[in-house]
Structures are given as structure tokens and as C-alpha cells.
Design a protein around this ligand. Structure first.
Ligand code: C2O
Ligand code: CU
Ligand code: CU
Length: 879
């Protein structure tokens, strides 16, 4: 610390000055009259000359050493006295240091005390420092009568009228007190000597025993306590531990008592940042040696100024927690301060369009013929499959040993029998007892069955008896099998089969348990649609991978899952060489949660010829199509007329989730088409397709409402709420009993903020319309006119997008089979989270005998009435 002369210096690192105020430890008055007067115990002491020419002198001492630590440095001293009586004007009062010890006895003058009192034993008098009352006194006298004192005045003050006077600003007073502190045996105080000329000059001061404490003598001392050794800094930034005085004499700057030289206080310091985001104040040198980054002299660690670590992702999908700079140097991608590597947020970077599009094999029957009546045995197995050129092989599950499974070819009305075999084995060939992926046990299903690899196969879009529909609870374990018969008594279309096990459907499908099932008939063949090599199924699915190639899926249930790679038929971003001509693509959105909005990068037309339930009655040209999970589109694309080598990309523009932030979750690439120089199918695109029966609302037996909400559920362990339908879950009683052969309108009332693709088993339905919902006055009410569906939804469907805050109406005929069938949201994460219920197709009431007519009419009347009341209550909210 540098303090310029004459300025008050505040040195924070040093012991700072301390002020003490002392009361006098003794005082007395010497009277020059011959008879040994004194006033040891009096209220006052005096100086000057009285009216009869006698002199008075006051003695006054303070116990300096008793109040101040030895070794301290006295900085300033001020003596304050209250002058309480005088009869004269201004006169000087000098202070002199007393050289001989003296006493304060019990003498106590009366009246104004100017006359003194007879000295007692031990009182100081004009002649004796310690008078005694022996006759003659045996005590030694002062060397100089009237008190032995230094010849030089320590301080002088002019005392005039009554009031407080101070003696200060005197270096001699300071050295007096310093001397008394350093050598307490020399502390005999001061003697006050007034003007002792012939004229009257006496002044009376209040003594230490005065009745008014505030008027008693006070000595105010400022001092600096003694220093203990501390760091002493020199101009060359070296540091030595020295006492403050040694430091001063060696020309250093003392940094304060008890400060140390480790670390070297004399070098400038600043915040030092380390790779783990920690901060410590260091010198530049120590910081660098310790591997930190010095932030500059004077910078501080409170608050922590260091860049914090975050997940740093590498192209191979590995993750390291680093700070931004380190991540950049290591050529990683920084995920932001505070992000972590567990769970690993990094995705492996894969080059798109390096693998050819695989075409699923056609399933081969064990008896019968492909496309005819046939019996298959299809096993679900675990295997490693190369899903991208640069990805280590991925452990997948598949039907028939591949992901996706083989395509089952079938013809309308020719039944197909499949023995579905669960032959999932671990890497040692042992039948699996647990799942490959982590299973969230809070879900309905695993809550009882644990992590076991249960499976059950559902033919999505199939019109099949309930016992062959793949009831979610009819699961079977590795080592077991189920044989299902598919009657194929429905119009031809693109079906797909996939797993449907209660509570783990999302995991089983994610592992690869899905495949195409294509139904044809003679009429469709007569349309001369592109076929053979020109008819290609495309199963589009998003997935994420760990760096070892394994599928990545969160261990804990999440509301939706979006992968960061798009696979078509089990390859990441494949390419497909196309001949110049027409292709028929049967496109399936096989994603767990992701909705696709597909278009061709050159704006080429999709000639939409069919959807979930089969062919449309005429072709619809479109340039963009939206497919929610489980929806299918049957399209013709014309690659005729492109120059060989032309590259066209199938792209996806839908954010994920669909109605979320438009820039979030985008996964734009799907696949690439490369036009070759060969000529392909140059046929015409038919405009008229299959005439379609339009279901009439007039024929409907009534409407059912399905309110879609995320609502508090019975088990709070899977998040604090469940996706429910009418506030009911799978295990609640069945509430929908459509009569066999009847037509019903189903209204999906989506009161949530996300789109739910609602799927019904058994039936194909037609979309009637959509109407907006608003939350007004505490309830949801429909607003505006219902809007009929787009031509791209004008065919038979089994899955419909029910948009947020909309009522989506569909109409279906419950034909064919009695029994229980699921209906559910086809976001597999929602389906597993209770957004699945079941309906039961029941037989129509028997035609009653004539005698029973009365009872029947009454019963019907009661039922109808009840229904109306029920419906009225439901509709009240809406209409
Ligand atoms: Cu594709 Cu019940 O599902
Ligand atoms: Cu289904
Ligand atoms: Cu949903």
C-alpha cells in the first residue's frame, strides 16, 4: 500500500488505527502556601495564581499501559479538560511531563476548593511528592519544589471562559504517551502550569472524581496496534514474511498481520478457469502451471466467471463434458453450458444416401402359395443388421429374421394362416427372459409382467375375428407361439402387421417388429397399376442410435419419442435408383410418434390412388401429404422424362411434435431417388380407380363422443397424469357396445394440445368432418362450421388425425365379427400410456315373439329415453 504524505491512508490489509479514551488514574493540586495543602480526593484541581499571589499547579496521570497493548504505536493524543471556574480572562496553560512519581491522598477541600485542604499521607504537595504527616515530615521532597517536570512544555492551550479545552496536535505529547507505554515505570503524568505571573490567573478544572462524569478529564489516544509478521511485498513482486517494521525498513509494503507469501500475494492475481468450469484466484503463472486459463488481473471468482461445461458431441455419437473452447478444439458440437452426457444427448453423424433402399423379401409359406391360400410360420428373432454403411451392426428384432419383416402377399377372400412364434433369444442363444431395451415398469402391463419380452401380433387394418386380432393382453413369451387365421374378407389395401403387447408396444415396434401385408384382388390387377419392380413398399421410421450401433430409446417413458435418423425399409436415408417411368409406392408411416409431411424436392406430383383402407375412387394429384403414425398412402410417382442421373429427394417438413414449434424436431431427409438411363413403366396413370361406397350419416345408429385429454390418473408413477379417453383407461369397464351390422358416428373431441392419430381395429371408417373447439366460459364448445375432409382423406381409413382443439367425426359400420377390439391413439407412447380402450361388437337383440312385444316396446322406450338423457348430457357441453 502506498500512502502519500499528508493524506489519510486507509490500508485495508493492515491493522488499522484504534482510538481509546482514558479516564485519569489520579490527580491532585499543589498549593504554594507553606502549610502543605493538597486536594487528592477533591472535585477539582487548579492552576495559575490566586488573588493573594499564591500559585496552584495540577498533577494528572493516565494508565496508558493498562489500556494499550505493548508494542503499539501512538499516533495522536488529545487531553480534554473542563474548566469550570475562573475570575480572569485568557491565560496560557502548559503541560509538562512529570519526572518523579507522586501521590493522590484523601485530602478533600471544601467550598470552591480554591483554598485546598491539609494534605493527608501520600498526597502530593508543593514540597513533597508523597507527603506524610510525621512531624517534621520524613518524606523526601521534590528536587524542585512545585513538582519535578521536564523543562520543555509538551503542549499549551489558552484557557479563557468556562468550557472544555483540549491539548493536542503535539508531537511531544505523542512521544510522552509513547514513552509511558513503552516504559510504564516512567509514567508520572503531566503537570498543568498556568500563568504564574503576579496577576490573578487561576483556573479550576473538574477532577476525575467530579460528580459530573462528562466533565472529568479525558485522554483520547489514537494508536496502531503492534503488528505480527505478515507478507511484505517488494517492487520485484517478491514476497517475504516480515514484521511491519522490518518490512518498512527494507522498503517493502506490508500486506497485513498474519498474511502469508503462499500464494505469492505480491504478484497480481485474477480468476483462473479450469476445464471443469471451476474457478480459483491465482497468479497468471500458477494458473498456467495448473493448466487453467488466466482471466486477467483483478478478475474474481465470485461470481464464477469461468465458462461452464456442457455436453460436447462427437460425430461417432460419443459425448464428453467439456467447456465450449475445449469442445471446439476437439471438433465436437457443444450442446450448451450445463448440458450433460448422461443420458447421452449426442447422435452419431451418418452420411445420408449411401445405402441402397432394401426391398423387404416376400414371405414364403410352409404350405400353399404366395398370394393364395397359404400357411406361414414366422418367428420373431433377435439379430444384428447393418442399418447404415458407417454404423456398427444394430441388434434388432424382426419377424422372419429381418427388420422390417417379410411382406405377406395375400388375395381378397383367400385366407392366410400364420403361426407367429416368439423366438427371441439373447446373444448366447437362450430364450430371452427380459427385454433388450430398458422397460419402464410403471406402465400398465410391465407393472405386472415386468421387463419380460412379451409379444402379440396385430394385423393393422385387417378385418379379422377378435381371437386373431392380437388382443394386447394375449401376449406370449419366447418359446411360445400363436396361430392366427386372416380371412382377408375386405377390399385390397396396404396393411401392416406389428407388435401390440400391452405397455411395451412402443419398445417392441421400435426394436423392429413390423412388416407389410399386401392384399390384392383381380379388379385392382385390371387397373394396370405399376407392379413388380415398379411397386415398392416404403416403411418410414425414425430411430436414434448409440455409438455402438444399438438402438437408443429412453429408459423412462416419455410423452413422445422422435428419432434423429430416418430409416426407410430398415436403412438410414437410403437411395433408390429408379427407371424412367411410373412407380407405385405404398408409403407407411411406421414411426412411434413422428408425423410426416412428405414432398418431393423438385415439387413432383404424388398421384394418390389409395390410403389405409384401399383404393380411392379416383386419383388425387398432390404435391404434399401428411401421414401420422400408422397412416398409409398409396401413390404413383412418374420418373419419366428426367435426365439420367437426376437426383430427387423425398423430404419431410413436419416439425415434431406436429403442432409444436415449427422449427423444432425437424428431420428433413427421408430418401433419395436417382433416375437411371433405363426406361421403366411408361403406362398411363389411371384416373378412375375403385368405386367407393359412401357411408351415410342418415344410416347411423347414433354418435359416440370420445374426449381426448391428459388427465390425472389412478397411478401417479408414470408421470402425474395419463393420456385418457373420456377419462377412462384400458382397465375401466367397456362403455362402447356397437351392434353388429350397425353404423355409428364417432366424434373424437381433442381437448389436448397435441394431435392424436386415432385408430380403430376391425373397421375401416370414413372421415366426415372437423370442427374447431374453443374453451369458453369454462367449457369446450364447437365454433364455426364443420369442415369436410381434404380429398387426401376421402377414402377408407383406419387411422385419423385428430388435431388439437378440434372435433373429428368419422363414420364406420361394425360388420363381420362379434367381440372386443381396441381403439387407441397410434402414437405408441400414448397407446402404452393408457390412450387405448376397447369396444365390443354385440349381437342385435333377437326378434321377439308377438306375445313379448309389449315388454320389448316398454324396455326399448326406457332404454331410448335413458340414451337420450345420456346423449343430451354429453352434447350439452358441445352443442
Ligand atoms: Cu396399428 Cu392397434 O394398431
Ligand atoms: Cu390396428
Ligand atoms: Cu395420442
Amino acid at each position: 500500500m502506498i500512502c502519500s504524505l499528508g493524506l489519510v491512508c486507509v490500508c485495508l490489509n493492515r491493522a488499522s488505527a484504534v482510538e481509546v479514551t482514558l479516564d485519569a488514574s489520579k490527580d491532585n493540586t499543589l498549593y504554594s502556601e507553606v502549610n502543605n495543602l493538597s486536594n487528592g480526593a477533591g472535585d477539582y484541581f487548579f492552576c495559575g495564581t490566586n488573588g493573594t499571589g499564591s500559585n496552584r499547579r495540577a498533577l494528572l496521570a493516565f494508565d496508558v499501559a493498562g489500556a494499550i497493548a505493548p508494542g503499539s504505536t501512538i499516533d495522536s493524543v488529545a487531553l480534554e479538560l473542563y474548566m469550570s471556574r475562573t475570575t480572569t480572562g485568557a491565560s496560557s496553560v502548559n503541560l509538562y511531563r512529570v519526572l518523579t512519581d507522586w501521590g493522590e491522598g484523601l485530602s478533600d477541600a471544601s467550598g470552591n476548593e480554591g483554598g485546598g485542604a491539609i494534605a493527608t499521607d501520600g498526597d502530593a504537595t508543593w514540597d513533597y511528592p508523597f507527603y506524610n504527616t510525621a512531624d517534621p515530615p520524613s518524606a523526601p521532597t521534590w528536587t524542585n519544589l512545585g513538582g519535578d517536570h521536564s523543562l520543555s512544555s509538551s503542549a499549551v492551550t489558552s484557557v479563557n471562559a468556562t468550557g472544555t479545552y483540549s491539548w493536542s496536535l503535539s508531537s511531544r505529547m505523542v512521544s510522552d504517551v509513547q514513552g509511558w507505554l513503552d516504559t510504564p515505570a516512567t509514567n508520572f503524568g503531566w503537570i498543568l502550569i498556568g500563568d504564574e505571573g503576579p496577576g490573578r490567573s487561576s483556573k479550576r478544572f473538574d477532577s476525575r472524581t467530579n460528580l459530573t462524569p462528562s466533565r472529568r478529564p479525558r485522554l483520547v489516544i489514537n494508536f496502531t496496534p503492534p503488528s505480527v509478521p505478515g507478507a511484505c511485498c517488494f517492487v520485484d513482486q517478491s514476497c517475504l514474511v516480515l514484521s511491519s517494521t522490518d518490512c518498512a525498513t527494507q522498503g517493502g509494503t506490508f500486506e497485513g498481520n498474519s498474511t502469508t507469501c503462499t500464494p505469492n500475494l505480491c504478484q497480481p492475481t485474477g480468476a483462473c478457469c479450469f476445464g471443469d468450469g471451476s474457478c480459483s484466484v491465482e497468479t497468471d503463472g500458477t494458473c498456467t502451471t495448473a493448466g487453467g486459463t488466466y482471466q486477467g488481473t483483478g478478475t474474481d471468482c465470485t461470481p464464477n466467471v469461468c465458462p461452464q461445461t456442457g455436453a460436447c458431441c462427437f460425430n461417432d455419437g460419443t459425448c464428453q463434458e467439456l467447456i465450449l473452447d475445449e469442445c471446439n478444439t476437439a471438433l465436437g458440437a457443444f450442446e450448451g453450458e450445463g448440458s450433460v452426457c448422461s443420458p447421452n444427448p449426442c447422435s452419431i453423424v451418418l452420411e445420408p444416401f449411401v445405402d441402397a433402399l432394401p426391398l423387404p423379401a416376400v414371405a414364403q409359406p410352409i404350405s400353399g402359395t404366395v398370394g393364395g391360400v397359404a400357411t406361414y410360420a414366422i418367428a420373431m428373432t433377435e439379430f444384428d443388421q447393418q442399418l447404415h454403411r458407417d454404423l456398427p451392426p444394430t441388434t434388432a428384432w424382426g419377424y422372419g429374421g429381418t427388420y422390417p419383416g417379410p411382406t405377406i402377399e395375400a388375395t381378397t377372400d383367400l385366407p392366410v394362416t400364420v403361426e407367429w412364434i416368439n423366438d427371441l433369444r439373447d446373444e448366447f442363444g437362450t430364450l430371452r427372459t427380459d427385454h433388450f431395451l430398458p422397460v419402464d415398469l410403471c406402465m400398465h402391463g410391465p407393472d405386472v409382467a415386468g421387463a419380460s419380452p412379451r409379444t402379440v401380433v396385430h394385423l393393422h387394418g385387417g378385418h379379422v375375428p377378435p381371437e386373431y386380432d392380437g388382443y394386447p393382453e394375449s401376449t406370449f413369451l419366447p418359446g411360445a407361439s400363436e396361430t392366427y387365421v386372416y380371412p382377408n374378407n375386405q377390399p385390397p389395401t396396404t396393411l401392416w402387421y406389428h407388435d401390440h403387447a400391452m405397455g411395451i408396444t412402443r419398445l417392441n415396434v421400435y426394436m423392429g417388429l413390423a412388416g407389410f401385408y399386401i392384399l390384392r384382388d383381380a379388379f385392382e390387377s385390371s387397373l394396370n397399376l405399376p407392379s413388380g419392380e415398379f411397386e415398392v413398399p416404403l416403411a418410414v421410421q425414425d430411430r436414434s442410435f448409440n455409438s455402438d450401433g444399438s438402438f437408443r430409446y429412453p429408459a423412462v417413458w416419455q410423452d413422445m419419442f422422435f428419432g434423429d435418423k430416418m430409416l426407410v425399409n430398415g436403412k438410414v436415408w437410403p437411395y433408390f435408383n429408379v427407371k424412367q417411368g411410373l412407380y407405385r409406392f405404398r408409403i407407411l408411416n411406421g414411426c412411434n410418434s413422428r408425423t410426416l409431411r412428405l414432398s418431393m424436392s423438385n415439387g413432383a406430383t404424388f398421384h394418390l390412388i389409395g390410403m389405409d383402407g384401399g383404393l380411392l375412387d379416383s386419383t388425387v394429384p398432390i404435391t404434399e401429404m401428411t401421414l401420422a403414425p400408422a397412416e398409409r398412402a398409396d401413390v404413383i410417382i412418374d420418373f419419366g422424362g428426367y435426365a439420367p442421373g437426376t437426383e430427387i429427394f423425398l423430404t419431410n417438413s413436419a416439425p415434431a411434435p406436429l403442432f409444436g414449434n415449427p422449427t423444432e424436431g425437424l428431420l428433413p431427409n427421408v430418401m433419395k431417388f436417382v433416375v437411371t438411363n433405363e426406361i421403366g413403366d411408361t403406362g398411363a396413370i389411371p384416373t378412375a380407380l375403385r368405386p367407393m361406397e359412401v357411408l351415410d350419416e342418415q344410416d347411423s345408429a347414433g354418435a359416440r363422443d370420445f374426449v381426448l385429454t391428459r388427465a390425472p390418473g389412478s397411478s401417479p408413477t408414470c408421470g402425474d397424469s395419463w393420456w385418457l379417453i373420456n377419462d377412462l383407461s384400458w382397465t375401466d369397464d367397456i362403455t362402447e357396445f356397437p351392434v353388429l351390422g350397425s353404423t355409428e358416428v364417432w366424434r373424437f373431441i381433442n381437448q389436448s394440445g397435441v394431435m392424436h392419430p386415432m385408430h380403430m381395429h376391425l373397421v375401416m371408417f370414413q372421415v366426415l368432418d372437423r370442427q374447431a373447439l374453443q374453451f369458453i366460459g369454462g367449457e369446450f364448445v364447437p365454433v364455426g362450421a364443420p369442415i369436410p375432409p381434404d380429398p387426401t382423406e376421402s377414402g377408407w381409413k383406419d387411422t385419423v388425425r385428430t388435431n388439437p382443439l378440434e372435433i373429428t367425426r368419422v363414420i364406420a359400420r361394425f360388420d363381420g365379427y362379434l367381440g372386443r377390439y381396441p381403439y387407441h391413439c397410434h402414437i405408441l407412447e400414448h397407446e402404452d400410456h393408457e390412450m387405448m380402450r376397447q369396444f365390443e361388437v354385440v349381437a342385435p337383440p333377437p326378434i321377439p315373439a308377438a306375445s313379448e312385444w309389449g315388454l320389448v316396446v316398454m324396455t326399448l322406450a326406457v332404454l331410448t329415453c335413458g340414451c337420450l338423457i345420456l346423449r343430451k348430457r354429453r352434447y350439452a357441453v358441445l352443442d
